[in-house]
Write a protein that binds this ligand. Structure first.
Ligand SMILES: Cc1cc2nc3c(=O)[nH]c(=O)nc-3n(C[C@H](O)[C@H](O)[C@H](O)COP(=O)(O)OP(=O)(O)OC[C@H]3O[C@@H](n4cnc5c(N)ncnc54)[C@H](O)[C@@H]3O)c2cc1C
Length: 387
C-alpha cells in the first residue's frame, strides 16, 4: 500500500495530525500498535488550558492556539461529538499561604498581560460559581472562565473517524517496526505488523515511548539513550458518576489546605490528582502505594466537597497511572528529524491542549515544507542531542 504520509501512534497527537494532513488532500495511514487512544491519551487529566504556561510566551501562545483551534473545530462539528465540554477553572488560594498566594497572583498578572481570558475573584463569587464547596472565608481564586475539558480518547477516535471519511486508513494492532530509507536518509516507507507501507513521509507520535520507538525503527541506539525527554508518571483517581449531585462544576486547583486538583467528567464523575501523589507513585508504583495515594486524595477532596463520600468510595474508583512524555525543557518537540528527509517527530506534554494547534501547524511542515513562525521555537535542533 502506498500513502502520502504515515502517522505512527494513534493517540490524540497522531490522530489529530493525521486529520489535518488528510484535510490537505494527502492519503494518510495511522499505524497504532494497540487501539486508538489507548496510551497516555486515555490517562490524562485533560484540561485544555494555557493558564499554567506563562513562563515562556511562545509556549503560552502555542497552548492558547490549541484552545482556539478546538473552538474552530467545535463550530464545524459541534462540541458533543468531539467530547469537548465547557467548565472554566478556579485556582483557589488563601493569603494565609503567602508564597502560594503570591505565585498564583503573579500568574494572574502575567495572564492579564497576555490577554488571556481570566480574572481574580473573592469568596462570594467562588461560592456562587461552585456552590457545593466548602471554602475558607479568606479564599480567593484565579478564574479562567473559558478553559474547557475534553474526553480525550473520544476526541482521538473522532479524529480517526474523520481520517477514514477523508479516504485514509486507520490500522490498529499494527506496530511500526522498521523505517525504510535510502543511504542518504530519505524516507521511503515503513515496515509494520501489517506489512510494508510505502510513503515519503513518516511522522512519529508515540508519546512516552518516543526514544525507544525511534531507536527501534531506525536501528540507532542513540535515540533511546540521548533523546531529551523524560517519562513522568501521574496518578488519576476517577470516581463513578455522582449525578444527580453535580458536586463540582469547574476544574479546581485547591491549595487552601492540602493540595489537589479535580475535574468533573462528562458522565458526572470526578477525576482527582495532585503533585505530591504523582511523586509517590512515580517513586513506588506498587498497588499498596497507589491505593495509599488515592486514599489521601479522596480524604483531601472530602474536606472541600462535603457531599462527596471521600475515602469510602475507593473501591468504586478507577485508579490510573498515566505517563507524561516530558521534553527536558518542559516544552513541545515538533519538527523534522535533523539529518533526515521525510522523518518527523512530535513529543509533548500538554498534548491534549496542543493537539489541534500542532496538527494544523505540522501539516504545513509535512505537506508544504513550510515551518510556520509559531512552530520555530519548538524545533528539535534546540537540543544538543540533535546538533
Ligand atoms: C496524569 C496526566 C495528566 C495530564 N493532564 C493534562 C492536561 O490536563 N492537559 C493537557 O493538555 N495534557 C495533559 N497531560 C498530557 C497529555 O495527556 C499528553 O501530552 C498526551 O496525551 C500525549 O498524547 P500522544 O498522542 O503524544 O501520546 P499517547 O496518547 O501515548 O499515544 C501514543 C500512541 O502510540 C502508540 N505506539 C507506541 N509504540 C508504537 C509503535 N511501535 N507502533 C505504533 N504505535 C505505537 C501507543 O499505543 C499510543 O496509542 C496529562 C498527562 C498525564 C499522564
Amino acid at each position: 500500500m502506498t500513502f502520502d504520509a504515515i502517522v505512527v501512534g494513534g493517540g490524540i497527537i497522531g490522530c489529530t495530525n493525521a486529520f489535518y494532513l488528510a484535510r490537505k488532500g494527502l492519503k494518510v495511514a495511522i499505524v497504532e500498535s494497540g487501539t486508538i487512544g489507548c496510551g497516555t491519551t486515555s490517562n490524562s487529566f485533560a484540561w485544555i488550558n494555557a493558564t499554567t504556561k506563562v513562563s515562556d510566551e511562545n509556549y503560552h501562545r502555542l497552548n492558547a492556539l490549541g484552545h482556539a483551534t478546538y473552538c474552530k473545530l467545535a463550530v464545524e462539528f459541534g462540541e458533543d461529538v468531539m467530547g469537548l465540554y465547557p467548565t472554566g477553572a478556579l485556582e483557589l488560594v488563601s493569603p494565609s499561604d503567602p508564597s502560594g498566594y503570591a505565585a498564583v497572583k503573579e500568574r494572574a498578572r502575567l495572564l492579564e498581560g497576555l490577554d488571556y481570558p481570566s480574572g481574580w475573584i473573592g469568596t462570594r463569587e467562588i461560592r456562587t460559581l461552585d456552590p457545593h464547596l466548602t471554602v475558607p472565608d479568606d479564599a480567593e481564586a484565579l478564574y479562567t472562565m473559558s478553559d474547557p475539558c475534553l474526553d480525550a480518547p473520544k476526541f482521538a477516535r473522532f479524529m480517526a473517524d474523520q481520517v477514514r471519511a477523508l479516504g485514509g486508513e486507520v490500522l490498529e494492532n499494527c506496530p511500526a517496526q522498521k523505517l525504510e530509507a535510502t543511504d542518504e536518509g530519505v524516507v521511503t516507507g515503513l515496515e509494520t505488523g501489517h506489512g510494508v507501507l510505502k510513503s515519503p513521509r513518516v511522522l512519529v507520535t508515540v508519546g512516552p515511548g518516543t526514544p525507544e520507538v525511534l531507536s527501534e525503527i531506525t536501528g540507532y541506539e542513540g535515540f533511546a539513550s540521548r533523546f531529551p525527554m523524560r517519562r513522568v508518571p501521574g496518578l488519576l483517581v476517577v470516581t463513578p458518576s455522582t449525578l444527580p449531585h453535580r458536586m463540582v462544576r469547574h476544574v479546581l486547583y485547591v491549595s487552601t489546605g492540602a493540595e489537589f486538583h479535580v475535574l468533573p467528567t462528562p458522565d458526572g464523575g470526578l477525576k482527582f490528582g495532585a503533585d505530591d501523589t504523582d511523586g509517590m507513585v512515580s517513586d513506588d508504583p506498587s498497588p499498596e502505594t497507589v491505593r495509599r495515594a488515592a486514599l489521601m486524595l479522596l480524604k483531601r477532596a472530602q474536606e472541600v466537597i462535603p457531599g462527596f463520600s471521600g475515602e469510602a468510595c475507593i473501591d468504586d474508583c478507577d485508579l490510573r497511572i498515566g505517563v507524561r512524555p516530558y521534553p527536558e525543557d518542559g516544552m513541545t518537540l515538533a519538527g523534522q528529524m535533523p539529518g533526515s528527509e521525510g522523518l518527523f517527530v512530535i513529543a509533548t506534554h500538554s498534548g491534549v491542549t496542543l493537539a489541534p494547534a500542532l496538527g494544523s501547524l505540522m501539516s504545513q511542515v509535512i505537506a508544504d515544507g513550510h515551518v510556520p513562525d509559531a512552530l520555530e521555537p519548538f524545533a528539535l535542533e534546540r537540543f544538543q542531542a540533535f546538533g
